[in-house]
Design a protein around this ligand. Sequence first.
Ligand code: ADE
Length: 254
Amino acid sequence: MDLAGDSRGSFKRIALLFAMEAEARPFVERLGLSQDAAFGDPRLPFVHYRGRYGNSLELLLSVNGRDPRFGVDNIGTEPATLNAYVTLRGFAPQLCISAGTAGGFRSRGGAIGDVYVSDRPLRFHDRRIPLPGFDAYGVGSYPAAPSGELARAVGLKQGGVSTGNSLDHTEKCLELIERGGASVKEMEAAAIAWVAWCLGTPFLALKAITDLVDGEHATEEEFLRNLEAASRALGEKLHRVLEYLDRGGGQAAV
Ligand code: ADE
């Protein structure tokens, strides 16, 4: 892949970050990954799995775990940021993938079950700070590795990914998503991309569409209805992404 970008070698140590257990489950089960209870900080809710793929890949897959008070998965940017730091610091991967589900846009050619790979810097759509300099800082723009060759090889749609902490949206969110040219709306990728950028780790987002933001159905109903099928589609594509990397795709021309 042209993923190589400015990295210095091939991608053999891969970190996969998921927010929800339901999103990760099909892939974890298919690969038979084992939990590594010794990794990370036992005080934190994150669940880490280790495994190998093919001939050459070493994987660390981290899920954000559950909040014991509310009994739900730790979704959104705060757990994503902290888990990204724990995982990238402890595993030192050559590539970090934020994997999960997301909303798509019919007006941009999106459909339920599509799997997108990021093709431009990651941005936020709900950090509005109308102060000089802070306005651009709020929106962000954290690098994504080039993904054209990967997308063609694996059969992924390419698009911009925009992050915010709400499943629903305001008119202002839509305006910022539109301005950034994003095709995918989700709740973790830009936060993880920020950590990856700070630590110098190449980053990609891989997102399966559960609902259409500009469709006629209520987001929450559509999300719940399609979560399982979209997560299966995500697991399938992730498998193929790893196959591609195992074959040497993404090798830097060094
Ligand atoms: N995850 C799945 N669908 C989403 C949406 N519409 N907005 C944010 N995150 C999502």
